[in-house]
Design a binder for this molecule. Structure first.
Ligand code: GLU
Length: 474
């Protein structure tokens, strides 16, 4: 991932400005607009943890942007540059994101100012558990009101520690596992959560390419096969999205930008091998069969069909937006394009599929995990074998009537009962397709809306405003 850039304006202001375009298109009362934009609550905690015999003080935040639906939901980020404004901006994005994909949650986000690479596993466990305890005690983590998830610098391991800390403090709460999502499968996690955000990115892209008009409006034709993609970031989101695009959709990842430079290969990079190389070497430098440059920012401006920023916020700013040379930007990261850059790109007619839609696959599958935790049973456990038995009966009946044998491959397809992973992927695919179609509808029907981002905010804000209205808030 590239190093943290200077934000031209605050991240939360950038998100608000983007929402303002939708408020204008919706003619909403300014008071309602202010209410929707405002962050309901934010807590800062400072706590000491003994590290190698010395006390270190850590600072973290958790913002609850909205609670029109509960719990409020959103990741917990561990990074050295986290700050309050960033956490508030990301919490607001969670509110809009959940509304876009019809996940019945409010928006929240948390951050701990830490460089996880500087600590060993035991130290990180101590720090995470202590941070979790602070947030639990102050009501900022609970299965019914505020549910964190993985984000940059955190994963299954941290979520398991948080769930266990909550369980220790609330042993009587049957639903303790639902206090956090993104847990390991053996501790109440759900199959397919790790890949969910990256897979969701691809499901949105596939839906975009199903609409020839949309593809044409972006200056392209055909499907994803053969499209030349520049990918920034091979973290959890970039890796899964890039791998699927390359292996299943036959797109070409012609360049990959990482924190220490970029790899380039016009014929396409083998994402799985690059990831294995990074895991072993801790750098992309030296990866065989690809060109290398230390100048990652130049590669962001390389000519391509699709640019996927899947790393940090504020990668495309007013400084480089004029030189971006792509037809479509797919925002897999949160906030990779600043408000000023967005204005420039819109004027240049570069289509942008916005973060609040594109990366909502993570929270969608988090929602499935939360439901699984509350129902205390794996999806598919009751019906899988029953479905298989019915499939067998169906085949027996077909063979009986036709006096012909059903080929083996067809038998397997018909008989196979859905496992949890099949159901999760199906639910995710349906969610992402439906969300894209809703945006598309707004884009076509509201003359004041002429870009995907504003359409996304219009969809989100209409639902949120309606929700507050139904609750009698205004
Ligand atoms: N951190 C992810 C996001 O930004 C996931 C949030 C969640 O699953 O609650 O969307």
């Amino acid at each position: 991932m590239p190093t943290k850039p200077k934000m031209p304006e605050s991240f939360s202001k950038s998100v608000d400005h983007m929402a303002d375009r939708a408020f204008a298109a919706l003619d909403l009362d300014p008071g309602v607009a202010s209410m929707i934009k405002a962050c309901e609550a934010i807590i800062e905690v400072n706590f000491p943890v003994p590290i190698k015999g010395r006390l270190e003080i850590f600072t973290g935040w958790r913002a609850t942007h909205s609670t029109h639906r509960l719990p409020a939901k959103g990741g917990l980020r561990f990074a050295p540059f986290v700050n309050q404004d960033e956490v508030e901006a990301l919490a607001a994005l969670m509110t809009y994101k959940c509304a876009i994909v019809d996940v019945p949650f409010g928006g929240s986000k948390g951050g701990l100012m830490i460089d996880p690479a500087k600590y060993d596993r035991d130290e990180l466990q101590l720090i995470t558990r202590r941070f979790a305890r602070e947030l639990i005690r102050k009501g900022f983590i609970s299965p019914s009101t505020n549910v964190p998830a993985p984000d940059m610098g955190t994963g299954e391991r941290e979520m398991a520690w948080i769930a266990d800390t909550y369980k220790q403090l609330n042993p009587e709460n049957l639903n303790y596992a639902a206090c956090v999502t993104g847990k390991p499968v053996q501790h109440g996690g759900i199959a397919g959560r790790i890949e969910a955000t990256g897979r969701g990115v691809v499901y949105v892209m596939r839906e975009f390419f199903r609409h020839a008009d949309d593809v044409k409006a972006a200056g392209m034709s055909g499907g994803l096969g053969g499209k030349r993609i520049v990918l920034q970031g091979l973290g959890n989101v970039g890796y899964h999205a890039g791998k699927l695009l390359q292996e299943e959709d036959k797109a070409k990842i012609i360049a990959l930008i990482e924190k220490d430079g970029a790899l380039i290969n016009a014929d396409g990079l083998p994402i799985q091998q690059v990831r294995e190389y990074i895991n072993a070497q801790k750098t992309i430098k030296g990866f065989p069969g690809a060109g290398f440059t230390e100048n990652g920012s130049a590669v962001l401006e390389m000519e391509c069909d699709i640019l996927i920023p899947a790393a940090l916020e504020a990668q495309i700013t007013d400084e480089n937006a004029g030189r971006i040379n792509t037809k479509l930007i797919v925002e897999a990261a949160n906030g990779p394009v600043t408000f000023e850059a967005d204005e420039i790109l819109r004027a240049r007619n570069i289509a942008i599929l916005p973060d609040a839609l594109v990366n909502a696959g993570g929270v969608t599958v988090s929602y499935f995990e939360w439901i699984r935790n509350l129902s205390h049973i794996r999806f598919g456990r009751m019906e899988r074998r029953y479905d298989e038995m019915r499939g067998e009966h169906l085949i027996a009946a077909m063979e009986n009537v036709s006096q012909k044998q059903v080929p083996d491959w067809m038998r397997q397809e018909i008989v196979k009962g859905a496992a949890e992973l099949d159901l999760v992927r199906s639910g995710l695919d349906d969610t992402m397709r439906h969300a894209y179609q809703e945006l598309r509808e707004v884009l076509r029907s509201n003359p004041k809306v002429n870009d995907y981002r504003t359409a996304a905010y219009v969809v989100a804000i209409s639902k949120i405003a309606r929700s507050y209205f139904d609750l009698g808030t205004y």
